[in-house]
Design a protein around this ligand. Structure first.
Ligand SMILES: *[C@@H]1O[C@H](CO)[C@@H](O)[C@H](O)[C@H]1NC(C)=O
Ligand SMILES: *[C@@H]1O[C@H](CO)[C@@H](O)[C@H](O)[C@H]1NC(C)=O
Ligand SMILES: *[C@@H]1O[C@H](CO)[C@@H](O)[C@H](O)[C@H]1NC(C)=O
Ligand SMILES: *[C@@H]1O[C@H](CO)[C@@H](O)[C@H](O)[C@H]1NC(C)=O
Ligand SMILES: *[C@@H]1O[C@H](CO)[C@@H](O)[C@H](O)[C@H]1NC(C)=O
Ligand SMILES: *[C@@H]1O[C@H](CO)[C@@H](O)[C@H](O)[C@H]1NC(C)=O
Ligand SMILES: *[C@@H]1O[C@H](CO)[C@@H](O)[C@H](O)[C@H]1NC(C)=O
Ligand SMILES: *[C@@H]1O[C@H](CO)[C@@H](O)[C@H](O)[C@H]1NC(C)=O
Length: 345
């Protein structure tokens, strides 16, 4: 065993250790001094107004999902910054003082976002979310920035849903709506920069692609080391099994190939796209082919020219043939496999 491990290490094949908290400054547990240091790097402070003293169950779930997501972002950006500053091969494009200053601010800002969501939960005597261990499927600066853009797109799709939840309550949670709005703008500023670094048009589309809590939870779950979360299950969401995009999407009407692990019946499934703030678009699936290992591949048309967004489109495979939906919540409720995060330009 030891010999094999040494062999793997010397061949450079050992898997990188998962990212684990706490950070060097003690985060997620900051004292007054370290909080002040983080806020200084973040460029601003936690909101200092009164927080709701009670939360609805939907409000609790929403804040817990936001906290879980922001924790995963703290892990990601801390590791990215470490990779750049410790000169990990593949990260040389990040060796620019402006990039390091920006990512340093982002790491601090994401910490403050976590403290804000967990603080609102604690203030209402609800369970705060503790960090897990994380592994990110990237090993170059370029792929890390592309991933940062993609998960930020997913967050930008779901935070407006959080605002709807807080508004629907009609009570004290309404005070959280402008706070979440300010986070949406902040994540949008970040994403313009990640797009710029990839030489993409800085602002992708007039109305960003929507989402659903289940899709956001599924997306972050892919970075979590199974079994490493002290209490993420309190959120009450379950990750969908993956819908994997096998082809490179084009900004044109085309065909995409997807795969899932498990059997599929073309006569009993529909692929649904969520793009912009439009009604979901449903297409049939075709050419279903099962491999001996149990994975199933299929094709579906990608009608990009019928008004799809530049940037993120979410794909989901739902149960039933010829299914149509009026909103993203209905799509998520019917999803079997997803989300496929389809980035075009
Ligand atoms: C605050 O936390 C930091 C980091 O854990 C520690 O070095 C420092 O002594 C603490 N300060 C106080 C006043 O507790
Ligand atoms: C940091 O680099 C390690 C080693 O290449 C890699 O495994 C990890 O995914 C990278 N993390 C990020 C966020 O770039
Ligand atoms: C907070 O929650 C705990 C456990 O659910 C309960 O025992 C306690 O009474 C609550 N405190 C307040 C102030 O509601
Ligand atoms: C179609 O899918 C639904 C939901 O997964 C399932 O209940 C039903 O048995 C399936 N029907 C056929 C004909 O495969
Ligand atoms: C199963 O087989 C297919 C086709 O050979 C392959 O593309 C896929 O990666 C395999 N999946 C797993 C989980 O091994
Ligand atoms: C399915 O395969 C057939 C034969 O190769 C092809 O003509 C057709 O375009 C494919 N359908 C899709 C949606 O890709
Ligand atoms: C793209 O596909 C859609 C849906 O099938 C169709 O309505 C539209 O005419 C196509 N556009 C182009 C430019 O081919
Ligand atoms: C979608 O909305 C239309 C128009 O309001 C309605 O007729 C239809 O039943 C709705 N579909 C679903 C699945 O709720």
């Amino acid at each position: 065993m030891l010999f094999l491990a040494l062999l793997l290490v010397s061949a450079g094949l050992a898997a990188a250790a998962p990212f684990a908290f706490p950070l060097a400054n003690g985060f997620p547990n900051l004292n007054a001094t370290t909080l002040q240091q983080v806020e200084k790097l973040a460029g601003g402070t936690l909101p200092n107004g009164a927080l709701p003293s009670t939360l609805t169950p939907d409000g609790v779930q929403t804040l817990q999902l936001i906290a879980a997501n922001e924790l995963s972002e703290v892990a990601f950006f801390t590791q990215l910054l470490q990779n750049i500053t410790s000169k990990v091969p593949g990260y040389h494009e990040g060796h620019h003082p402006y990039i390091i200053d920006t990512l340093t601010a982002v790491v601090a800002q994401e910490q403050v976002h976590v403290l804000s969501a967990n603080g609102a939960l604690a203030n209402a005597n609800q369970t705060t979310i503790q960090p897990c261990q994380y592994v990110f499927p990237v090993s170059t600066f370029e792929s890390a920035i592309a991933l940062a853009q993609t998960f930020t797109d997913v967050v930008l799709g779901v935070l407006p849903i959080a605002q709807s939840v807080f508004t629907a309550d009609g009570g004290e949670e309404a005070g959280l709506v402008p706070i979440v709005g300010s986070i949406i703008g902040q994540e949008g500023e970040q994403n313009g920069y990640y797009r710029f670094l990839q030489k993409k048009v800085a602002s992708s589309a007039p109305f960003l692609t929507g989402g659903a809590p289940q899709f956001a939870f599924s997306a972050i779950s892919q970075f979590i080391v199974p079994g490493s979360c002290p209490n993420i299950n309190v959120i009450g969401l379950t990750a969908f099994p993956a819908l994997t995009l096998q082809s490179t999407p084009q900004a044109a009407n085309s065909t995409l190939i997807f795969s899932v692990s498990g059997p599929l019946n073309a006569a009993n499934a529909t692929l649904v796209y969520i793009t912009g703030q439009n009604l979901p678009v449903s297409v049939p699936i075709a050419n279903v082919s099962s491999a001996t290992n149990g994975s199933t591949t299929f094709a579906a048309s990608f009608p990009f020219d019928s008004g799809f967004n530049r940037g993120l489109t979410i794909g989901a495979l739902v149960a039933g043939a010829g299914k149509t939906f009026n909103n993203t919540a209905e799509v998520a409720a019917a999803t079997l496999f997803g989300p496929a995060l389809i980035e075009v330009d």
